[in-house]
Design a binder for this molecule. Structure first.
Ligand code: HEC
Ligand code: HEC
Ligand code: HEC
Length: 404
């Protein structure tokens, strides 16, 4: 009887523990029938966990999915498995872990952000968006692409103090990463664009960035027959699909796939207690205790709100609204992948993460914190670095054109 009870509890904790909801959280966003097959289709196609995981391996090897998603745990959820035991062990250590109570302040990152109804995600559109993201011919000089400043092999930014655009001009602001940008409530340091679609119109036209015009962009793309075909596929049923609106829709669709839901911290939140070092757990605790979490919260550690950061002459949100209350107000940036997106702040004036943490504590929380605590928090922030999906990082083959 006692044995039976233990087995029952084991199974129950197994079912209820970390892997409950893995599919929903980490897979269903892409596996929705348009980008990749749904759960029902997969269950019909693969009759065992083994076959399923073999298919996963194939798909990750060719770069269709990031390789370090929690596939095992999803497979256990779909097919059931010997997880009861393995999970209870991790469960046991988790609950005896003094740090686990801080987990509830954080939210795991879903595989995909919310997809707007007027710009559904399809593989054709994502493919086109990727090509446009990498294509320098959208810029007036034909030299600058989104990837110039948001380099997907460099953490989605350019590691410059402030970006250099058309004719070596600079806009004076640091380029934030495009990774996980679909999760931000508003775009830009001053929040001047509400969506990724609106955002993309900015750099294409800004004279300090790509210095192009909707007319130039559309004309150049129409001259390339392969692009016309790709637009037709991405926007089926439209008579004249090569438009500026569709250019930014495709780029935004691609950006919504640039997510990194597989960092050590993400794995920790999903139940892998060994994913963080003791220092990093300590840093997580301090991040909550000092109150960083008040502004840096939600799945990308940004509340999407504006807060005062008087730092230099940049008036921030005021430049957009002209409301005196908005002087020196900046949108909280996300912190995912922050370790690989130095330098910091809207002007890129700070190189070290420890230093950025100390400045934040001083200016946003009115606290002087010790070097040791700053180091622990910075170590925690280093656990937020995820893997950029391989499919997004591999250079696309762009169609050639006749020189103008
Ligand atoms: C970023 C998007 C994305 C995420 C997140 C994702 N997948 Fe995929 N997955 C894909 C794509 C794209 C394919 C390839 C589909 C195709 O070839 O038609 C694929 C293929 C697969 C296949 C093989 C399907 C087949 O028919 O051969 C399996 C199994 C699978 N994924 C399981 C998972 C599981 C489990 C998770 C969550 C842990 C997951 N995927 C998360 C995009 C994703
Ligand atoms: C010359 C460098 C440069 C180029 C080229 C460029 N960007 Fe940017 N990007 C920046 C800078 C600098 C900012 C911040 C500007 C600000 O907030 O005022 C920014 C901001 C962004 C943001 C907002 C992220 C956030 O956290 O708010 C996104 C998304 C983005 N760019 C995407 C793109 C796309 C898509 C393209 C191509 C169409 C592109 N960028 C081209 C430099 C560049
Ligand atoms: C009151 C809200 C608030 C609090 C509290 C807060 N931050 Fe920030 N954080 C911001 C804002 C706003 C910015 C953008 C500042 C700017 O304009 O450059 C920022 C920027 C940052 C950056 C730079 C990110 C980048 O990409 O440049 C880091 C790192 C950071 N915060 C960490 C922390 C840490 C660690 C704490 C706790 C010690 C903390 N923050 C507390 C609002 C806050």
């Amino acid at each position: 009887m006692k044995k039976l009870l233990t087995v029952l509890t084991l199974t129950l904790t197994g079912v209820l523990s970390a892997n409950a909801g893995t599919w929903e959280l980490s897979c269903s966003g892409c596996h929705n029938g348009s980008l990749a097959p749904t759960k029902t289709t997969l269950l019909k196609k693969y009759h065992s966990k083994r076959e399923f995981l073999a298919a996963v391996r194939k798909a990750t090897e060719v770069g269709k999915m990031p390789s370090s998603l929690p596939f095992e745990s999803a497979a256990d959820e779909l097919y059931g498995g010997k997880t009861a035991e393995t999970n209870t062990t991790s469960k046991a250590t988790t609950s005896s872990d003094e740090y686990s109570k801080y987990k509830r302040f954080f939210k795991p990152l879903p595989a995909l952000p919310k997809i707007p109804a007027d710009n559904p995600l399809t593989p054709e559109k994502v493919k086109l968006g990727k090509m446009l993201y990498y294509d320098p011919r959208l810029s007036r000089s034909k030299l600058i692409s989104c990837n110039t400043c948001h380099n997907l092999s460099l953490g989605g930014d350019d590691n410059q103090k402030s970006s250099i655009g058309h004719r070596w001009r600079t806009g004076g602001r640091n380029a934030p990463t495009t990774l996980n940008s679909g999760f931000l409530r508003v775009q830009f340091w001053d929040g001047r664009a509400p969506t990724l679609e609106e955002q993309a119109k900015g750099p294409l036209q800004a004279h300090v960035e790509m210095n192009s015009t909707p007319k130039i962009v559309v004309r150049r793309l129409k001259e390339i027959p392969e692009y016309v075909e790709l637009f037709k596929k991405a926007f089926p049923g439209e008579k004249d699909p090569v438009t500026f609106e569709n250019v930014v829709k495709a780029i935004a669709a691609f950006e919504r796939t640039l997510n990194t839901p597989n960092s050590p911290f993400q794995r920790y939140l999903l139940g892998d207690d060994s994913a963080l070092t003791k220092e990093q757990k300590e840093g997580m605790k301090l991040f909550v205790k000092y109150g960083c979490i008040a502004c840096h919260n939600g799945p990308v550690l940004s509340d999407g709100q504006f807060h005062k950061f008087k730092w230099n002459k940049d008036l921030g949100r005021y430049r957009v609204t002209k409301n005196p209350k908005d002087k020196y107000m900046f949108r909280t940036p996300q912190l995912l992948n922050v370790a690989v997106t130095a330098p910091y702040f809207h002007d890129g004036s700070v190189n070290s993460l420890e230093e950025a943490v100390k400045i934040m504590a001083r200016k946003e929380l009115g606290k002087e914190i010790s070097n040791e605590d700053a180091k622990k928090i910075a170590d925690f922030l280093r656990s937020l670095t995820g893997e950029v999906p391989l499919e997004a990082r591999v250079l696309p083959q762009l169609p050639g054109n006749n020189p103008e």
